[in-house]
Design a protein around this ligand. Sequence first.
Ligand code: SF4
Length: 792
Amino acid sequence: MLSTTLRSGALAAGPTLRRSLATHTPFYEKDCSSITPPYAQLIGKLEYVRELLNNRPLTLAEKILYSHLNDPEKSLSGGGKIRGESYLQLTPQRVAMQDASAQMALLQFMSAGLSQCAVPTSIHCDHLIQAIDGAESDLKRSITSNKEVFDFLESAARKYGIEFWKPGSGIIHQIVLENYAAPGILMLGTDSHTPNAGGLGLLAIGVGGADAVDAMTGTPWELKAPQVVGIHLTGKLSGWATPKDLILHLAGKLTVRGGTGRILEYFGPGVANQSCTGLATVANMGAEVGATTSTFPYTENMRAYLNATGRAPVARAADQAASMGFLNADEGAEYDEVIEINLSELEPTINGPFTPDLATPLSKFGSFVKEQGWKDELSAGLIGSCTNSSYEDMTRVADLAKQAKAAGLVTKVPFLCTPGSEQIRATMERDGITSTLEDVGAVVLANACGPCIGQWKRDDMKDEENAILTSFNRNFKSRNDGNRLTMNFLASPTIVTAMAFSGSLSFNPITDTLTLPSGKPFRFAPPAGQDLPTEGFTQGNTNYYPSPTPEPQPETEIIICADSQRLELLEPFPSHFGNRGLELPPLKVLMRVRGKCTTDHISAAGPWLKYKGHLTNISENLLITAVNDEGGDVNVAFDYDQATGETETDTIPAVAKRFKARNQPWTLVVDDNYGEGSAREHAALQPRFYGCAMIVARSFARIHETNLKKQGVLPLWFADKNDYSRIGSGDVLQTIGLADLIEGRQNAEVKLKVTKRTGEVFEILTKHTMSEDQLKWFRAGSALNFIRSQMS
Ligand code: SF4
């Protein structure tokens, strides 16, 4: 694999360091060989797709998706509606993973037996760094406490030629924007704010580890073609209004579900006059309305950002692709819905608490606080994170800090700043932004997620109601400091900063004054900033950056301690078949699950997240919040012994473990929309780990159904939904006709022979959605087993 890394080591030495004669601005140029999109190929494919679609005008989102189709005819030839209905088989260009979600993705990738990734891939150590008392000590402490995870990730990265961004390098999305994002590409990331990269006019989609593994192994990645919402921007932001306020306002309009299954595509004159990093903030928080991702047409400011971050070759290639019409929507393209926003009318907005779609304009926020009966006190202000730590954000904030310092003010409450990357941190320091912030009381934390993901060891306000203001993107209960009583409000970095000087929630910096020690009133002037540094970006400590030549090193031993409680090698799942032919062995029904059963019910999050890389340990949470339809209890299952006729009651994972210990393959009977929710691969891995071979549902959520197929679990649908109630725990199911299906016999049907605990026997008919490829996965025991078998 070619290096995608900036040649950081060589920067100081000179060969890649250039000087712009016009401005005397030092800048660097990265090795762009593997980050420049293959535009000719993409545009060629798009031309072919246009013919299939009778040359109808396309949105930008469609152009990007369709130019990444693996087999356009297969995905588009159904003749029906595409957006919102068809399933697209796609070939993403790149994968990025953060340290928490990368663990299981890598463990799965390892079991495919490939020697390197099919697409350029990067790992970013950011989520596991806890903020306590400042960048240096926080980083050291977190590296020690997470050593085994970081060692594992680094060794796996070395073996497979993955770019490894060490702890301290920054937050995944900021690094992707600075280094890998390029207009017009499709990329995946194992984090929900992956869409941040959309600020550079691409489609960046947050996925689970199993989807990332598809791209890493060269398996087509499936996506239900999203609808496309056009956001038409007119006017211009001014004064205190920022791109953050645009997305906070939109979140209020769309609500947390308004973007589900949809791409937000911005267009109109209001796009071009916003900075690239500002657009990234807007794209980042598209995740808060549930959008698949967000994107923008290519702009001058994107070109400037690519040049400023050492990617002039990418900018030149994008210019050319744009001139061929690839990087914006066609004239007359139709959106599924159009939302009009006049940026000139936007005012700063504050969203929350506890949900990002509770939007209140700043001018009404004081009275909102009063109406709710909340104390008019701010307890802390936090700025930065992947959402808002651009050079522009930081210079605007520093402008306020300078005004305050000149007036003799310091912040009234703790004021924490999380730079998004080492490059931002170093550039802030060089340009005096850090000292300006520290002069008024700010604490600059490590370049990592820190308080945004709850890695904030906060000693004040334990179990006390209080209010914080952040420029982050999420504000669920307990997210930042673990205290359910902390009311967390989202606002732009400048509003957070101004409020930190006041200490009160009702302060409106546009209209209100603060009282100086002299007794005189002081009012902030609207903040001024600069989107790119005059002196160019500086790289900072390049020791955090990936090796400049991440060629795979197959001899590398992957580091996993034998007694680790957080990491465990994945053993390939055995095939279900052996020498018995292609019908499943008799399967015992573990339970009949009642009602809603999301991936959260199947594999709970919270404290279990630390076991994400250890399948045995995390499987202890299997279905612990699911309801057993026989009795209506949560986390109760029955172990029925046919020989003695006795039934023991236990927890669901405990009964699953008993079955596994007895080599008893089993099945689940489940209700409608089984597996809805986030695309968590653990929800498919865990039942399989305990020996589940088949799940029979009234209906499945599509993503989870695909995840089950990948792990070698057969998802079947009741042909008659009433059959759900006819099967209970302890019954035995046998497939009839599965062999025909696997062998490709036309019109093959799968029936189930049900043997009740009472001895009664009957048959029921099922349906399925298994494709030819998926049947091959199932026969091999899992998709990864199949990939491995193709290697040998
Ligand atoms: Fe996620 Fe926050 Fe980290 Fe961004 S800074 S990647 S939102 S945890």
